[in-house]
Design a protein. Sequence first.
Length: 224
Amino acid sequence: MDFSTRQEDSRRRWTGLAAVVLFHLVLGWALMNGLARKVADSVSVLVETRIIEEIKPPPPPPPPPPVKPAAPKPVVAPKVVAPALQKTEPPPPQRAPVLSAPMPMPPVAPAEVAPAPVVREAAPAPVAPPKPVGPVAAGIACSRTPPPQAPAVSSEVRGSIFVIGTLKGGRVVQVDVERTSLKGVTDRRVMRAFVQAIETAMKEGYVCVGDDVQIRQEFYFDIR
């Protein structure tokens, strides 16, 4: 192998690299010197300042002269022309009409008028008094309402019994219990005793007016 050839190639390589580096250094130095001169030249330029005077606006135009109002024109009244009078002639006299004598008419016999038949009005049928729709209070339909005699009980009883009575010829013929609020009644036998006392008082002692009329009555008991 020839080592002298290798050494010569390495020398050439290093020489080329050194030349390239040197070229770049010279180029950078030149660029820096040129830029520095340009900056110095730009700084050395004189700056001139001028004072600009304020521009005054033009004066406003003078106001227009006042306009005098025009004088009103005189009003001329229109002339009124009276219409011409025309002569009117009176109408010609009218002649009175000639009346001719009427022709005599034959006498007409009067027609016989038959008398109108007499119509007799039928007597109105008696109107029955309206029946009440529902039960009325016993104090309105009855003039006598004696109280019932309370039965003998061994406990305290307090409350009311509401009944409805049916009238027939002014007398109570039927008694129905509507509702009750008695308190202290032990059994049905005691309740039946109170209802029996009410039926006896109404059927034997009540004096009323009406037929097929129902009456309502409340009986209050307070037994202690």
